[in-house]
Each structure stands twice: as structure tokens, then as C-alpha cells.
Design a protein around this ligand. Structure first.
Ligand SMILES: C[S@@+](CC[C@H](N)C(=O)[O-])C[C@H]1O[C@@H](n2cnc3c(N)ncnc32)[C@H](O)[C@@H]1O
Length: 242
């Protein structure tokens, strides 16, 4: 097996030795195969909504006997898993809103897994806001470079004793548009240079948005002020001394 990309390695490092795992949207299956081959996960479940994608994972594991340790399942999101069937679930390389919808589909089942490692390709702020508003514990936010992109990896823990009453806003900021959801300060803990660079990318996007808004006649003063607030936040993060 080839070595993992830095992005997949960062996700793999969030799985502890002995933890079983499922990879939702596995595609090539590289991550679960790595975890199994290296004796980290005693069993892995590779899941994908697309049969052709799952065929890639099967081909990648072709040299192995498929026993109970390597499992392949075709279907949508967590529907293919039984309640509490694995310790950790990875959902990587999908849009943040799709990840949110997969998690929201069956809350009791979602909360039956102890840990999620999420790697949204976009809309990470919306996903974080939803997680925090629904009783999840966002344990870690990390950044990793992949080609010309900087990717986000979010490690999420579910409360040990799940109670439906927990599904209420707890530590969530009242402002879902708040830039703190898009750029949590703990990005700086692991890789400060990458965090500054990422803040500059976010700043550039917001400045372009503001430029467009200032040319438009339909945009309200409040909308402009929201974007100005986001620009000020990303500027602060870009220049943060670490
Ligand atoms: C870009 S690939 C990501 C592959 C791998 N997880 C990674 O991060 O490198 C996205 C995969 O998600 C699968 N997918 C999309 N929606 C899904 C869903 N609702 N349930 C399961 N898999 C899904 C796609 O078929 C595709 O194989």
C-alpha cells in the first residue's frame, strides 16, 4: 500500500489503535485499507453511495481475503451502518452541507457512534454551527495542505450518554454567519503558518464579496456591515501573533 496523502494521514491519525471504523464516501478506500493494514483498526467498513466508487475500494483491497475485517457496503450515508456498529466514522471529501444532512438524518443512530472525523470540502462554518447547536463536542479543528488547497479536518465527539433533550443549542454562538465558525482560533495550535495563510485566503474571498456588494443597488447596509465584520475578523486572524 502506498503512503497516504497528508490529508488522509491527518484523518488516519485521529483514529486510535483498536478502534473500529466506517468510511462514508470511501471511493478508493485508501484510508480504511491503511488503518486495517497497519493494524490500527481491527475491522473497517467501506461505504459509498456509488457502486462504481465502491468497486474501486474492492479493487484496491483485491489482494486480501474479504472476511469480517473488510466490509463493503453500498448506500446513502449512515443508513448502511447498524446503531453503534463502529467506534469512529469518517466522512471526508464531501461538501459541508451534505455531511450535515448525513449526520442529521437519524440523530439517535448518529449519536450511537463515539467519534466522527469530518473533512468538509466547503461550508465548514455551517457544519460547525450545526454541530455545536446540536450537542456535539467539536474537539479539534486542523488544517492540512493538499495540492493548491488548504483542507479542514474536524474531530467531533458525541456525548457519552445521549439523551434526546441534549439536542438543544448549548455552546453555539447566536450568529450562524459569524466568521468564528469558518475560522476557529484553534487552527493556530497545530500549524500557525498555514493558519495565517488560510486566513489570508478567507480575507481575499470576503474582500471580493464586499467589492461586488458595493456595486450593487439591492444590498442592504446590514449585509455590508456583516461582511465588513467578517473582513475585520479574518484580518485579525491573518495578523495573529503566535
Ligand atoms: C470526493 S470522494 C471522497 C473520497 C474519500 N473519502 C477522500 O476523502 O479522499 C466523495 C465520495 O462520496 C461519495 N458520496 C457522495 N454522497 C454520498 C452519500 N450520501 N453517502 C455515501 N457516499 C456518498 C461519492 O460517491 C464519492 O465516492
Amino acid at each position: 500500500m502506498n503512503r497516504l496523502t497528508d490529508r488522509l494521514q491527518m484523518i488516519a491519525d485521529e483514529i486510535k489503535k483498536g478502534e473500529t471504523m466506517a468510511d462514508i464516501g470511501t471511493d478508493h478506500g485508501f484510508l480504511p485499507l491503511y488503518l486495517w493494514e497497519n493494524g490500527i483498526s481491527p475491522s473497517v467498513i467501506m461505504c459509498d453511495i456509488s457502486e462504481p466508487s465502491l468497486a474501486k475500494a474492492k479493487a484496491a483491497s483485491g489482494a486480501y481475503q474479504f472476511g469480517n475485517e473488510l466490509d463493503f457496503r453500498a448506500g446513502d450515508g449512515l443508513k448502511v451502518l447498524k446503531t453503534g456498529e463502529v467506534d469512529a466514522v469518517v466522512i471526508a471529501g464531501m461538501g459541508g452541507l451534505l455531511i450535515r444532512d448525513i449526520l442529521a438524518d437519524d440523530p439517535a443512530k448518529t449519536f450511537s457512534f463515539k467519534k466522527f472525523i469530518l473533512q468538509p470540502r466547503n461550508n465548514a462554518g455551517h457544519l460547525r454551527y450545526w454541530l455545536a447547536s446540536n450537542g456535539f463536542n467539536i474537539a479539534k479543528n486542523q488544517l492540512v495542505r493538499e495540492g493548491k488547497f488548504i483542507c479542514e479536518v474536524i474531530t467531533v465527539l458525541t456525548p457519552k450518554a445521549f439523551d434526546m433533550d441534549d439536542l438543544a443549542p448549548q455552546n453555539a454562538s447566536p450568529d450562524p454567519g459569524g466568521a468564528c465558525w469558518d475560522f476557529p482560533a484553534d487552527f493556530f495550535e497545530i500549524h500557525p503558518e498555514l493558519a495565517s495563510e488560510y486566513a489570508a485566503v478567507k480575507l481575499g474571498i470576503e474582500e471580493k464579496i464586499l467589492e461586488g456588494m458595493l456595486k450593487s443597488e439591492t444590498v442592504t447596509r446590514d449585509e455590508i456591515e456583516t461582511v465588513r465584520g467578517r473582513i475585520s475578523y479574518f484580518n485579525k486572524m491573518k495578523n495573529k501573533k503566535v
